[in-house]
Design a protein around this ligand. Structure first.
Ligand SMILES: [Zn+2]
Length: 1022
């Protein structure tokens, strides 16, 4: 067989020819040196200039309802306030982001595993065309680079500082047939956003053109908008700015007064004009079915702001509720940040794919009437609308600051600390996992977090939520706690006044912050925004004195509160490693007559919301501090003590039969640096103590490539064979210290995963009467090294493993395996063709029949429980053999090494093996079934017992058949078809009288993969 031999030909020399020194250097280079080279980039100016460009628009647009198109004409006057002469201008043409599958929008969506737009049909897509641009009346050309959603125009004449030019062009926009991102026609609503040609910002860094993205927002020039929209007369329009048509306004007021008023069906059109000054974008929404409500907010200065609410399929009451949220937000932000400068603020409920809401000047759209979303989106009028920062490059300047205020309006931290403290109660503490501090802990404890000051496009899907919307807002809460609320508010109000209607850059904020701080606040930028250092404050001590120290690596001022029960008397800020006395608190004297039992010092969540292990944040004066708490059943951790959860456990296998026990575990979510899972189980059938133990301590090195290093110990003991009349079970035991490390990909969004594991498995499978510590010469000490690589990308996922095993007890197992599996996804990723290669090499051959090594030979037939000599799998009948009919567990196979999917003994080898596996789902049917084909080529070991001579015979084995997958890769049944099987396999079936179709069937049940803790932890938001 040429193909198979070919694999062996390249595999063996590859192993022999490895230059180990060079390899070690290469590994070091890619893991350690490379990331530093990658992270260097060009410096960007982070202080805004004292000038900014101005763009004043006049746009006429008509909505063609039938064809789902916009027919428009646009003119804008561009004023060059910069000191530079401009020779070009960049224009955003964002509807083109939906045009084909090569756009940045589609690429980003695929990286985030979202294929909605990728699989969209042509008629559902969108684009902008019919452009005939001119500048000052002279026709100009659009010049495209790799992005079709923005273009460069070379100016016919240079635009000198202080000069103006007029851009004009007709345009036509095809609207997406559903909302793939934030624009489209869905649910009988036209969502018209990012729809017109719009110049990129020219600032101190030059031009800022950017393709349209979901994950990453906008940056546009301030100016005046005058937009006329033509729609059929029965449409209600919700738009940016102030409506200028009296007749329309009267009609809307009538609709508000008479909620049930239906719109008259008509083909006639109406023209509505909206104007607004000092804004940088314009969005509008139109539907025949919009219900309308409006209200007013009076600001402290006496100024009145009109609030409008649009939604369809809603009761009047819910519209009123929505309005009350909008009013609350307008009032809150006006008071805390600065007065709302516009006359109107609107909310419209629409379908939306990119997030739960989206901000546009004076109007925001939300998916539902939800308070958090509405307050957040209205808040963007301040952080995005009025302070027009570059949202794409610095999401912390709008999303994070805005979310901080939204949390504050909702009293988020107070609520979260209440929830996190009560989780020792029996009810499942779901509110607490919804809080930003929990989300941050979830990511940060795994060491998956990224810095807070990155470009939106640099974040993983998970971190865009967990850092931009959770950690950074908490960093601002930290700053508020440290500065004091009044001082912080004054600082932010002054920042708002200084930069309103401008484009502040990061340094503009920092310069302002530092000039307003009483002392150095550099830690805010250095430790909280720029890096991924973690805080873990701990208190130690007793009545004589206490010590406040930081077990994490973030160098931050630390808050400590003196408390009487739950009420805070005083909070002071300290440096790391401060030694304190209780009397250092000035309110200490007031506690003289109080029962000392309730007095404690605490690092409170509202002051230090980023502490990733808050369980060591409290010390009682006269009471013992509870460090560990036993809690029944399942719950999430609480903030006050380390919890050990327990629950009764039942297990079953063929040899021990029913087992009863208890399982103890300390952590489900978030990951914990110390983890325990202990499940002792007693069998009344075999009278043995069985069970499982996994103890683990993780280190999180401050290194760009090592996510974590875990040191652990696994122990396991169950029956593995019935050996006597009275059914006493032979027990196996495993004692396995291990070291494992997860390696970060070279860039966060790469979707690749790498893990290295090294363990030393001490294995005993003795006769009855054997006990756990009975290690002897028959035991196996298996050094096991494993490297796993996964590339979890859309369409072509890859999995690869290198595995090495060596028996330190006898040296009789010494082998290396390599497997590579390539997936090819089809039918919109619902089905995957899998092509797998395995190559194995044994460095040790034997002259005699070493029984204990034989289970580790490369198997030509299926791997079954007997060959699971590492006792790695969770099997219900590991010693059942195929010959015993009617024994369901004898049909279970394990897909490792050659992964041959037919249970038959076809010989084995201690030399080498190559194998190929193909899994081919049947297209166009709903059932999860398909064809499979496995083959291997192997020098089978043959021993002539009489003469004790050993020979090898190369043999090709193959099996083909039909499979039926019951649950993904975890549970599947395989039915071999004789016509597709090798002679040796057919002979085996004949010899063992397995002729019926179902007798040849086998199944895979991968119980090891069903680990609820792992499944919950690896859950990601997408
Ligand atoms: Zn937002």
């Amino acid at each position: 067989m040429p193909i198979i031999s070919f694999f062996f030909i390249i595999f063996e020399p590859m192993v022999k020819s490895i230059n180990w020194k060079k390899s070690i250097f290469l590994v070091y280079y890619f893991l350690v040196i490379c990331p530093f080279i990658r992270s260097q980039s060009l410096p960007i100016i982070q202080n805004q200039a004292n000038w900014q460009q101005e763009v004043d628009y006049t746009i006429d647009v008509k909505l063609d309802v039938q064809r789902q198109m916009l027919l428009g004409y646009e003119e804008f006057i561009y004023t060059n306030h910069s000191p530079q002469t401009l020779h070009e201008i960049y224009i955003h043409l964002w509807p083109n982001a939906y045009k084909n599958n090569k756009t940045a929008l589609v690429k980003q969506a695929l990286e985030n595993k979202n294929t909605n737009l990728y699989f969209a049909e042509k008629r559902e897509r969108a684009w902008i065309d019919s452009l005939k641009p001119s500048i000052n009346g002279k026709p100009v050309e659009l010049i495209f680079d790799e992005h079709i959603d923005y273009a460069k125009i070379s100016l016919p004449e240079p635009l000198l500082p202080g000069q103006q030019m007029v851009f004009a062009s007709p345009f036509r926009v095809k609207i997406p047939s559903k909302v793939f991102s934030r624009m489209g026609y869905e649910d009988s609503i036209f969502c018209i956003t990012q729809w017109y040609p719009k110049p990129a910002v020219y600032d101190v860094n030059g031009w800022n053109p950017m393709p349209y993205l979901d994950q990453g927002e906008f940056y546009s020039e301030f100016g005046r908008f005058n937009v006329s929209i033509e729609v059929p007369k029965d449409f209600v329009v919700a738009a940016t700015g102030v409506l200028q048509n009296k007749v329309e306004l009267n009609w809307l007021n009538e609709k508000i007064a008479n909620y049930k008023l239906e719109n008259p069906e008509t083909n006639a059109y109406k023209k509505l004009t909206y104007t607004q000054d000092r804004i940088h974008d314009f969005a509008w929404f139109a539907s025949k079915k919009f219900k309308v409500a409006k209200s007013k907010v009076a600001l402290p200065s006496g100024k009145q702001v009109e609030t409008w609410f649009y939604a369809q399929k809603s009761y009047r009451e819910s519209l009123e509720t929505g309005l009350s949220y909008a009013n609350e937000a307008v009032e809150f932000y006006s008071k805390k940040v600065g007065e709302y400068p516009y006359a109107i603020a609107s909310v419209v409920i629409t379908p939306l794919e990119a997030g739960g809401g989206m901000e546009y000047p004076t109007i925001t759209n939300c998916q539902s009437i939800d308070k958090t979303t509405i307050v957040h989106e209205i808040g963007h009028n301040w952080f995005y609308g009025i302070l027009g920062s570059n949202e794409r490059n610095y999401p912390w300047m709008d999303e994070s600051i805005n979310t901080y205020y939204e949390n504050r309006n909702d009293n988020q931290l107070a609520k979260a600390s209440k929830d996190l403290n009560k989780s020792k109660e029996l009810n499942l503490n779901l509110n607490s996992i919804n809080s930003p501090s929990f989300l941050y802990k979830w990511i940060a404890r795994k060491n998956n977090d990224q810095a807070g000051n990155l470009n939106s496009t640099a974040y993983t899907d998970m971190n865009y939520g967990g850092i931009v919307y959770a950690k950074n807002p908490l960093s601002f809460a930290y700053l508020e706690a440290y500065m004091g609320t009044d001082h912080f508010d004054k600082m932010m109000q002054a920042y708002f006044q200084k930069w309103k209607f401008k484009h502040p850059l990061p340094n503009d904020f920092f310069v302002h912050l530092y000039s307003n701080g009483k002392d150095s606040l550099q830690w805010f930028e250095k430790e909280l925004l720029n890096g991924t250092s973690k805080q873990d404050i701990a208190i130690k001590g007793n009545q004589k004195g206490l010590k406040l120290y930081n077990k994490g690596n973030a160098k931050l001022p630390m808050p400590l509160s003196l408390k009487n029960g739950d009420s805070t008397l005083e909070t002071l800020w300290f440096k790391e490693n401060t030694n304190l006395k209780w009397a250092d608190f000035t309110s200490w004297n007031s506690l003289k007559d109080v029962a000392k039992d309730s007095i404690n010092v605490s690092v409170e969540l509202k002051y230090a919301p980023l502490d990733i292990y808050p369980q060591n944040n409290r010390l009682f004066y006269a009471k013992k501090n509870k460090k560990l708490e036993f809690t029944p059943l399942f719950n999430f951790e609480n903030n006050q003590s380390n919890a050990i959860f327990w629950m009764p456990l039942y297990a079953w296998n063929t040899y021990n039969r029913s087992m009863l026990g208890i399982t103890f575990y300390n952590s489900i979510l978030p990951e914990n640096k110390n983890e325990i899972n202990f499940s002792p189980l007693y069998s009344f059938h075999s009278n043995t103590l069985n069970g499982y133990l996994d103890l683990k301590h993780r280190f999180y090195p401050n290194h760009p490539r090592f996510k974590n290093i875990a040191l652990g110990l696994k122990m396991k003991s169950y029956g593995h064979n019935d050996i006597s009349e009275n059914n006493a079970a032979a027990q196996y035991s495993k004692f396995e210290p291990y070291l494992e490390t997860e390696i970060k990909p070279s860039y966060a969004r790469s979707n690749s995963y790498q893990k290295l594991t090294a363990s030393w498995a001490l294995l005993n499978n003795n006769m009855p009467g054997y006990h756990f510590l009975n290690w002897n010469s028959k035991s196996m000490g298996l050094v096991h090294l494993n490297y796993t690589y996964e590339r979890n990308v859309c369409f072509y996922p890859v999995k690869a493993q290198i595995d090495y095993q060596f028996n330190t007890n006898k040296g009789n197992i010494n082998k290396l395996g390599l497997s590579i599996e390539q997936g090819i996804e089809f039918e919109k990723r619902k089905k995957t063709i899998k092509l797998r290669f395995f190559g194995g090499l044994s460095f040790q051959q034997f002259n005699n029949n070493d029984m204990s090594a034989q289970t580790a030979y490369f198997m030509a037939g299926a791997t079954t429980g007997i060959n699971d000599y590492l006792f790695d799998e969770s099997l219900m009948g590991r010693s059942e053999t195929a010959i015993e009919k009617g024994n369901i567990f004898s049909k279970q196979i394990i897909l490792n090494e050659a992964a041959f999917r037919a249970n038959a003994f076809l010989g084995s080898s201690d030399k080498w093996m190559t194998a190929l596996n193909l899994t081919l789902p049947i297209p166009k049917i709903k059932l999860p079934m398909g064809l499979y084909f496995d083959m291997n080529y192997v020098p089978l070991k043959q021993t002539e017992i009489a003469t004790n001579t050993i020979s090898y015979k190369n043999q090709l084995n193959y099996v083909g058949g039909i499979y039926f997958s019951i649950y993904k890769d975890i549970f599947a049944i395989y039915f071999p078809i004789e016509a597709f099987c090798s002679n040796e396999l057919r002979n085996y079936w004949n010899l063992n009288k397995q002729s019926a179709f179902f007798e040849k069937a086998n199944f895979v049940l991968n119980l090891k993969e069903i680990n609820p803790v792992k499944l919950i932890r690896n859950f990601s938001i997408n």
